[in-house]
Design a protein around this ligand. Structure first.
Ligand SMILES: Cc1cc2nc3c(=O)[nH]c(=O)nc-3n(C[C@H](O)[C@H](O)[C@H](O)COP(=O)(O)O)c2cc1C
Length: 347
């Protein structure tokens, strides 16, 4: 049994949210796995940013921007802070994070608990960035004008973010996912497009839910291309509870992440890659645990990937393990660079 698997037995005795706070505190104290070097074959330039490797830490781990440099120093190619709302908010009542151990999965209904954009801006603004930091913005639960909350977030962070994520796909803020549809989505696109015309030049990505119909996806993809959205993040957590082994916690409300999300999010990446003819860069996220999972997401159209839940189950050695596996896969496939495999499984 690996060192982390033994440690995990103890860590899993601690309530998940407390364990997460402990992880952040220990990262702040300098506890980290020394990273192995990135191979040249991992590097890519996307949205005018040079990524040393394609593996990012997904939104939700460092919601308040407390440890982005430490995360980058541990070997991630990029990290995404947030979700950040204009006003600080507590989120939903606790307990609100649950481990589904038999499934290597998590259910969370945190509800955008965060320090708010002013406090987090001050924290990030003084940082000497050690790499690529994306900032993920959302709307306050009690907001009467949710689109305006995104405008506030984008304006606040545009100067310091390497890219901005418009998160309209959390299942834990009532009504938020409706922004992915119909007139709401069009209004959001038009608003972003106006901001771009007025000088906004930070790449804008939109993060989607995995439960969109093909018809919705078609409209989203054509709208994003028409309005020059820079990319999509696919996907957020799922509200589906299909084929779970765990009995404990599986009926808790919230978004499910981890292994059960892998196939669903990958198939959505494939659909978007096909619909956009590979024109829209995709960050693939959902259920990635291994180098093979990274390859699978990239072959179905992702240019970059992110992960979160696997860190909980596999610990800090995960990133180095994935990079070693990627090395081997690159050799096995006989390619010179990861870029060559993007979309190769999409007909
Ligand atoms: C505890 C937890 C909190 C999360 N919080 C956020 C968030 O604030 N904003 C967001 O866009 N995604 C959030 N996510 C979703 C992740 O960014 C990611 O899309 C999802 O977990 C699927 O990836 P994974 O299977 O590798 O975890 C959260 C996920 C978890 C497990």
């Amino acid at each position: 049994m690996s060192y982390y698997k033994k440690f995990r037995k103890l860590a899993f005795l601690i309530e998940p949210e407390k364990a997460h706070q402990l992880a952040i505190s220990s990262i702040k104290l300098g506890v980290r796995q020394p990273p192995i070097e990135d191979s040249k074959s991992f590097s890519q330039t996307i949205f005018n940013r040079e990524f040393k490797n394609p593996i990012g830490l997904a939104a939700g781990f460092d919601k308040n921007g407390e440890v982005p440099n430490e995360i980058l120093s541990s070997g991630f190619g990029f990290t995404e802070v947030g979700t950040i709302t204009p006003k600080p908010q507590e989120g939903n009542p606790k307990p609100r994070v649950f481990r589904l151990e038999e499934d290597n999965a998590i259910i969370n209904r945190l509800g955008f608990n965060n320090d708010g954009m002013d406090v987090i801006f001050k924290r990030l603004n003084i940082l000497q960035k050690k790499g690529i930091i994306g900032i993920n913005v959302g709307a306050n639960r009690d907001s009467q004008d949710k689109i305006n909350d995104y405008v506030l977030g984008v304006n606040k962070f545009a100067k310091i973010a390497d890219y901005l994520t418009i998160n309209i796909s959390s299942p834990n803020t009532v009504g938020l996912r409706n922004l992915q549809k119909g007139e709401n989505f069009n209004l959001l696109l038009k608003t972003i497009s106006e901001m771009k015309k007025n000088g906004l030049n930070t790449p804008i990505l939109i993060k989607l839910a995995p439960e969109l119909s093909k018809n919705d996806l078609k409209k989203i993809v054509s709208g994003c291309i028409e309005y020059n959205i820079d990319g999509l993040i696919i996907s957020n957590t799922t509200i589906s509870r299909d084929k779970l082994k765990s009995i404990k916690h599986s009926s808790e409300d919230g978004g499910l992440s981890g292994k059960p999300l892998m196939k669903k999010s990958t198939m959505m990446i494939k659909d978007v890659y096909k619909l956009s003819n590979g024109e829209l860069p995709i960050i693939g996220v959902g259920g990635i645990f291994t180098g093979q999972d990274v390859i699978e997401k990239m072959m179905y159209g992702a240019s970059l990937i992110q992960l979160y839940t696997a860190m909980i189950y596999e610990g800090p050695a995960l990133i180095n393990n994935i990079k070693r596996e990627l090395h081997n896969e690159i050799k096995r496939l006989g390619v010179h660079s990861l870029t060559e495999i993007i979309g190769t499984k999409v007909e």
